[in-house]
Design a binder for this molecule. Structure first.
Ligand code: FAD
Length: 401
C-alpha cells in the first residue's frame, strides 16, 4: 500500500493530525492505522465519560516538559480551537476552572465528530493494524505492520502511551523511535492514586474528604493541592491526590499531609471537650470531621473512643489536634500504568522541531500527543495538548509534501 501521510495511532492526537493534514492538503492521501479494533477507544473513558477536552486557561508553563517546546503548538491551538470544533460540529460548554466539555456531556460525541470528519474528507482508517517498525528510505518511510508493509512519504507518530491500558504495555513510541536515534526521559504512571500502607487508612475505603493535601519529602513541602481526596484500600485517590502523583512519580521518602480539621484544631477540640464533657470522645469531632477519619485519629492519639471527653488530658487533646490538622501518611508509590491517566516523561522533545514537531533524527517523521515528554495536570490539559500537537503535526506534514 502507498500513501502520502500515514498516521500511526487513531487516538486524540492522531485523528486531529489526520483531519488537519487533509484540510491543509485536500489532494493528499491520508491514512490512519490503529492497532485496536476501533479508533479513539480511550476518548470514550475520558472525564468519567464526559470528556474534559481542554482547559481555556492552559499555558505552556502549566505542563511538565519544556515550555519553549510546548508553546508554539499550544498557542496556535488556543487561538483557533473554537473554529476547529465548530467546523467539526461540536458544541462546547465551559465549567469551573476553565474546563471545557462537549455541550451534551458525552465523550462519545467527541469521537463521533472526529470519525465523521475523517469519513467526510476521505481519510482512510484501518483498524487492527499495528506498526512494528519504521524504515526511512529515499522517498519516505516503509512502515512494517502486523499484516503488511505500507510506503508513505511522511509519517506522523501518534501512538500514545501505556497509561489507562488495562490490556498491557503500549511502548510503540519507544520501539519505533529508538532505532532512528531518538532518546527518552524516564517514564512514570501519573495522574493516578498514591499508594499508602493499608493500616494508615484502615476502614476508610470510599470516604471522601474535601480540603488540602500537601506532598512532603522529609520535612520539605513539594506541592499542595486543594480539592477532593478519596480514600481507597491502601491508596489516596480523588483529583487532589492524583494531581500530586505528577510530583510524586519516581521519588522516595514521601508523605501526604492531610488536615481534616485545618484551622485552630486545638481550640475547637478544647471548646468541645467542655461542651461535651460527659459524652464519649467521639463527640469531640462529631459534625466537623468524618466519623471514620475521627475514629482513626483517636486511635493514633491513643484515646479510646469510649472514654469520656472530659477525662481526656490536655496532652492527649494536643496529640489529637495534631493528628487531625497535620496527619502524615507515608506514600509508598503511585498507581501503575493501567490505573494512570497519563504517562509522565517520554520521547525527548529536544530531538523535535518545536515549530513543526518534525523529528531532527529522521526528516519526514512527525510526532504528537502523549508519547512526547509533555504532561499536564488534570483539567483538560492532556487532551488539550493532544489536539494542539496533532493539529501542528498534521499541518506541518501536509505543508512539507
Ligand atoms: C481513564 C482516562 C481518563 C482521562 N480523562 C482525561 C480528561 O478528561 N481530560 C484530559 O485532558 N485528558 C484525559 N486523559 C488523558 C488523555 O486521554 C490522553 O492524554 C490522550 O488521549 C492522549 O492522546 P494520544 O493521541 O497521544 O494517545 P491515545 O489517545 O492513547 O491514542 C494512541 C492510539 O495509538 C494506538 N497505537 C499504539 N501503538 C500503535 C501502533 N504501533 N500501531 C497502531 N496504533 C497504535 C493506540 O491503540 C491508541 O488508540 C484521560 C486518560 C485516561 C486513561
Amino acid at each position: 500500500m502507498q500513501t502520502d501521510i500515514l498516521i500511526i495511532g487513531g487516538g486524540a492526537s492522531g485523528l486531529t493530525a489526520a483531519i488537519s493534514a487533509k484540510d491543509a492538503r485536500p489532494d493528499a492521501r491520508v491514512c490512519v492505522i490503529e492497532s485496536l479494533p476501533r479508533c479513539g477507544k480511550k476518548l470514550l473513558a475520558t472525564g468519567n465519560g464526559r470528556c474534559n477536552l481542554m482547559n481555556v486557561n492552559a499555558r505552556a508553563e502549566d505542563y511538565a516538559g519544556n515550555a519553549a517546546f510546548i508553546s508554539p503548538a499550544l498557542k496556535a491551538y488556543m487561538d483557533r480551537y473554537e473554529s476547529f470544533w465548530e467546523r467539526l460540529g461540536l458544541s462546547l460548554m465551559q465549567e469551573e476552572g476553565g474546563r471545557v466539555y462537549p455541550a451534551c456531556n458525552q465523550a462519545s460525541t467527541v469521537l463521533d465528530v472526529l470519525r465523521l470528519a475523517l469519513a467526510d474528507r476521505g481519510i482512510t482508517e484501518i483498524t487492527e493494524l499495528e506498526a512494528r517498525a519504521l524504515r526511512p528510505d529515499a522517498s519516505g518511510f516503509t512502515v512494517e505492520t502486523n499484516k503488511s508493509s505500507i510506503h508513505t512519504k511522511k509519517v506522523i507518530l501518534a501512538s500514545g502511551s501505556s497509561a489507562g491500558r488495562a490490556l498491557g504495555e503500549n511502548d510503540s513510541f519507544r520501539k519505533l523511535l529508538a532505532p532512528l536515534g531518538h532518546t527518552f526521559t524516564p517514564v512514570y504512571p501519573a495522574l493516578t492514586y498514591l499508594t499508602v500502607p493499608r493500616e494508615c487508612v484502615a476502614g476508610l475505603n470510599g470516604v471522601r474528604l474535601r480540603g488540602e493535601i500537601a506532598l512532603l519529602e522529609g520535612e520539605s513541602e513539594l506541592a499542595r493541592e486543594t480539592g477532593e481526596i478519596l480514600f481507597r484500600d491502601g491508596a489516596l485517590s480523588g483529583i487532589a491526590a492524583m494531581q500530586l502523583s505528577l510530583v510524586a512519580a519516581g521519588r522516595k521518602n514521601l508523605y501526604a499531609r492531610l488536615s481534616p480539621l485545618a484551622e485552630n484544631a486545638y481550640e475547637i477540640l478544647n471548646r468541645r471537650r467542655s461542651a461535651f464533657s460527659g459524652r464519649e470522645a467521639a463527640y469531640l469531632t462529631a459534625g466537623c470531621v468524618n466519623r471514620l477519619i475521627a475514629l482513626l485519629a483517636l486511635k493514633r492519639s491513643g484515646i479510646s473512643p469510649a472514654v469520656r471527653a472530659g477525662d481526656i488530658s490536655d496532652m492527649q487533646l494536643k496529640t489529637l489536634a495534631r493528628e487531625l490538622s497535620d496527619w502524615r501518611v507515608p506514600i509508598s508509590g503511585t498507581g501503575d500504568f493501567a490505573n494512570a491517566q497519563v504517562m509522565l516523561g517520554g520521547a525527548d522533545t529536544a530531538q523535535f522541531d518545536a515549530g513543526t514537531l518534525e523529528s531532527l533524527c529522521a526528516r519526514g517523521l512527525y510526532a504528537c500527543g502523549e508519547l512526547l515528554n509533555v504532561t499536564g495536570p488534570c483539567g483538560g490539559y492532556n487532551l488539550g495538548w493532544a489536539w494542539a500537537s496533532g493539529m501542528r503535526a498534521g499541518r506541518s506534514a501536509a505543508f512539507s509534501l
